[in-house]
Design a protein around this ligand. Structure first.
Ligand code: AQP
Length: 327
């Protein structure tokens, strides 16, 4: 069975972009692949963060993954820092990765603008740590949202460079995109993001979801109710494609193009469907939270499984680069 790896940062509230762009796809893949999913805490410290909230965020993120269906009987869920071989491999990969490749990464450029006073080495090196996360498990596929495809491309290059210098070791991983690989924020412009105040949280209560959708941007070309809309330019329609049934999507698309339905009706239908799907996840989160220690056990056994794989791969890597220590 081919292996899959993907990760999520505990850098804020998990939102519906993370969910439909990545997590929901991860759940669908567990029957076809051997899946490893990771809470990437070392990635999350590349930007300023509240130290006292980090443990809570890590556990909350893992709880959401399990509540969405990534249960330990189907896949492995663990925390990146619990398997330190990831950071060891990062150092080795640093020594085959051209700095120029990292400087041209879109996320690095955007985060450098967002965090002008903290453009640190970790921000630049973020994709190399990601390459190590993926390649330490020799994963062949990486299901991510569209924003991460450039980083997966880089991990392919890192694998190629390592293999060329030290001999065939790593596969070149392929991206797997979901059917909703990019959800824009409620502002309708920037990507929905934990750090942008434009997100609908997976744990938001129904009234908050309704309010966020009520005020969310719609098709920029539709100024009046009587104007025909352009669903292909409307983030609300993109969300419909992720949360509504096929006949509803069809109804909304036709109604919008013909001005048969207005944005209020369109948003109300979306809101109902989103609340229905998220309330199931929220109920499972509550159930998990009633079992103290459960998530910690899931993460410990996940880390122990991953450690076995990572240790073997690091042995192979150390041998290939001439740093084997069996004296
Ligand atoms: N808006 C989005 N639409 C579709 N997919 C998305 N993903 C993130 N935002 C969207 C995908 O979710 C997975 C986990 O993302 P991440 O936590 O590792 O980091 P990110 O891409 O940087 O997500 P955020 O929410 O924007 O976090 P911050 O604000 O901390 O940078 C990835 O597969 C990602 O593609």
């Amino acid at each position: 069975m081919d292996r899959i790896f993907s990760g999520i940062q505990p850098s804020g509230e998990i939102h519906i972009g993370n969910y439909v762009g990545a997590i929901r796809n991860w759940v669908q893949l567990v029957n076809q692949y051997e899946c490893i999913y990771c809470v990437v805490d070392y990635h999350a410290i590349t930007i300023e963060y509240e130290v006292s909230s980090m443990q809570r965020r890590i556990l909350e993120t893992a709880t959401i993954l399990v509540a969405c269906g990534l249960t330990p009987d189907k896949c492995t869920v663990f925390v990146q820092s619990h398997v330190p071989e990831h950071t060891e491999l990062t150092w080795i990969f640093n020594c085959v990765t051209p700095i120029g490749e990292l400087e041209r990464m879109t996320q690095f450029k955007e985060k450098s603008k967002q965090h002008r006073h903290n453009i640190n080495m970790g921000l630049l090196d973020y994709p190399v740590l990601q390459a190590a996360d993926i390649l330490i498990y020799k994963a062949g596929y990486v299901p991510v949202g569209e924003d991460q495809t450039q980083h997966v491309e880089l991990s392919r290059e890192v694998a190629r460079k390592f293999n060329a210098r030290y001999g065939e070791t790593f596969p070149e991983p392929q991206v797997l995109l979901s059917t909703a690989p990019r959800i824009a924020g409620t502002d309708g412009q920037a990507k929905m993001s934990k750090s942008m105040n434009n997100a609908i949280g997976l744990l938001d209560p129904p009234e908050v979801i309704q309010e966020k959708l009520r005020t969310a941007a719609t098709c920029p070309h539709r100024e009046r109710r009587s104007d025909p809309g352009h669903p292909e330019h409307c983030n609300i329609f993109t969300m419909h494609t992720a949360f509504s049934k096929t006949d509803q999507i069809d109804h909304v698309e036709k109604g919008c193009r013909s001005a048969g339905i207005g944005c209020i009706e369109c948003k109300e239908l979306l809101s109902e469907n989103m609340v229905e799907e998220l309330s199931l996840i929220q109920a499972r989160v509550r159930e998990i939270n009633e079992k103290p220690g459960y998530i910690i056990d899931v993460l410990k056994s996940g880390a122990s499984r991953c450690k076995t794989i990572a240790t073997a791969v690091m042995d192979e890597v150390r041998q290939k680069i001439g740093i084997k220590s069996d004296w």
